[in-house]
Write a protein that binds this ligand. Structure first.
Ligand code: CTP
Ligand code: CA
Length: 223
C-alpha cells in the first residue's frame, strides 16, 4: 500500500501566509513600496504544502510564481487589500505566518490625477496603515500566530515586545549581524523567540530556514 500521505506532518492543517511588500498609492502612477522579494514567504508556502498542509498565500507585488499547484495564491497590492484577504481567510486557519514586509504608512490622500512638478518642493502627509498581524492577534482563538522581525538595535528586546504586543506564539528574528541575510539575499540567519526560550540557527538558504520554521510549527501543533 501507499503510506506516503500518512507520513505528512501537516496533513489536514490549514496554513495562511503573507509574503512580499505592500505598495501604497501616491497618485495613479506612483507608490511607496519596499525592497522585499517575497522569497521567505514563498519558500514557507512551498514547504508547508510539501508537508501536507492546505496553503493559502497572500502575496504583495512580486514576480515570484508558485511551483506547487495546490497552493491558493491571492495577489494583492496595498496593505488594506492584504488586511482584508488575511481577515477573510483567518477564521478556519490553523496557523497564520506573517512574512510580508507591510508598509507602515500610506499617503493620507491619493491624488486623483498624476501630480505635476509645479513646486520646488513637495510634502506628502502619511498616516499609519492597519497592523495586520496585531489585529489578528486580537482576534485569535485556536490559531497559532507567527511573526517576523528585523531590528537594527536592541534586537531581542524589540522582538520580544512585538511577540507580546501582537499576541504571537513565536517570532522569527532576522539577524542583520551576518553577511548574506535579509531582503534581497537567498540566505537568512534567524533566531526563533518564544515567550520562555530562544533558539539560534546558523546562516542557511531560505529554503532550509523555511524547513526550520515549519519544524517549530509542527512541534507547536503537536504540543
Ligand atoms: N506587520 C503587519 N502589518 C503591519 C506591519 C507589520 O502584519 N502594518 C507584521 C509583519 O509582517 C511582521 C511583524 O508584523 O511579521 C513585525 O513587523 P515589523 O515591521 O518588524 O514591526 P512593526 O510592528 O511594523 O514595528 P516597527 O516597524 O516600528 O519596528
Ligand atoms: Ca514595520
Amino acid at each position: 500500500g501507499n503510506h506516503y500521505s500518512e507520513d505528512l506532518p501537516l496533513k489536514g492543517k490549514k496554513i495562511l501566509i503573507t509574503a512580499g511588500p505592500t505598495y501604497e498609492a501616491i497618485d495613479p502612477v506612483r507608490f511607496i513600496g519596499n525592497h522585499s522579494s517575497g522569497k521567505m514567504g514563498f519558500e514557507i508556502a512551498e514547504k508547508s504544502s510539501e508537508l501536507g498542509a492546505e496553503v493559502t498565500l497572500i502575496a504583495g507585488p512580486t514576480h515570484l510564481q508558485v511551483d506547487e499547484k495546490k497552493i491558493e495564491l491571492i495577489r494583492v497590492t496595498s496593505t488594506r487589500d492584504m488586511y482584508e484577504a488575511a481577515h477573510s481567510n483567518f477564521e478556519d486557519t490553523d496557523v497564520f505566518i506573517s512574512a510580508a514586509a507591510v508598509a507602515d504608512y500610506r499617503p493620507k490622500t491619493v491624488a486623483e490625477q498624476k501630480i505635476k512638478k509645479n513646486d520646488p518642493s513637495l510634502t506628502l502627509e502619511l498616516t499609519k496603515t492597519e497592523d495586520i498581524l496585531a489585529s489578528l492577534g486580537e482576534k485569535k482563538s485556536h490559531q497559532k500566530l507567527i511573526g517576523f522581525a528585523l531590528e537594527t538595535a536592541n534586537e531581542e528586546e524589540n522582538a520580544r515586545k512585538k511577540l507580546k504586543k501582537k499576541n504571537l506564539d513565536f517570532i522569527v528574528l532576522n539577524s542583520l549581524n551576518d553577511k548574506g541575510a535579509g531582503f534581497k539575499s537567498d540566505t537568512n540567519k534567524i533566531s526563533i523567540i518564544y515567550p520562555d526560550k530562544k533558539k539560534d540557527f546558523d546562516l542557511k538558504s531560505k529554503k532550509d530556514v523555511a524547513a526550520d520554521i515549519l519544524n517549530e510549527i509542527i512541534e507547536l501543533l503537536n504540543a
